[in-house]
Unconditional design. Structure first.
Length: 132
């Protein structure tokens, strides 16, 4: 089970975002609690597509890079208030078919015992943009 080694604050979320941009799955998972959940920005359910538990969350995180190999989260702004936090950024990524997404998004977090218990992603429903 991961152990928290840093305070949960805006710097914690900046480091988590940096791991996303580095496509570093092991570092990302070090931020997640044992019983974590990830609710993706899209999917068939009320919360998008939900990944429950460490192995499922790991698969969900990997799916983001499989879908968008060049995925990047840019211009991040982060805050923490008690056991909740928010990261706002611009998501940019290109699918294999050339479809490019660029839209503002937020992640809403719930923390427990110094780790992320829930990552709930929301993204603007913007049409694909022209590749640059």
């Amino acid at each position: 089970m991961p152990t928290p080694s840093r305070p949960v604050d805006a710097e914690f979320l900046r480091a988590f975002a940096a791991a996303w941009n580095a496509h570093d799955l092991e570092v990302l998972m070090s931020f997640m609690s044992e019983d974590c959940s990830f609710h993706a920005a899209g999917g068939p359910d009320l919360l998008g597509r939900s990944f429950i538990g460490r192995e499922a969350v790991r698969e969900g995180f990997q799916l983001a890079w499989q879908t968008f190999p060049d995925a990047a989260w840019l211009d991040g702004d982060h805050f923490v208030c008690g056991d909740r936090g928010v990261s706002e950024s611009t998501f940019r990524g290109t699918k294999a078919d050339g479809t490019r997404i660029e839209a503002r998004m937020v992640d809403v977090f719930t923390f427990r015992d110094g780790l992320i218990a829930v990552k709930n992603a929301y993204r603007k429903d913007r049409p694909p943009v022209q590749a640059v």
